[in-house]
Design a protein around this ligand. Structure first.
Ligand SMILES: [Zn+2]
Length: 51
């Protein structure tokens, strides 16, 4: 059984390279870019949500 109730979807921006993309935001604060995971394709993990 899967649930998305605690995982928000939205846009995140990478502070390393400035690119933005769709991401999952986990309740414990982790951000996973859809497609690349917990780090940006540039290697940075400084991801933050965009309102
Ligand atoms: Zn980046």
């Amino acid at each position: 059984m899967t649930t998305d109730e605690e995982i928000r979807k939205g846009l995140a921006i990478c502070d390393g390279c400035g690119s933005a993309g769709p991401a999952h935001f986990f309740p414990d604060g982790r951000v996973h870019l859809i497609g690349t995971g917990p780090t940006c394709s540039c290697g940075s993990s400084d991801l933050r949500p965009i309102e």
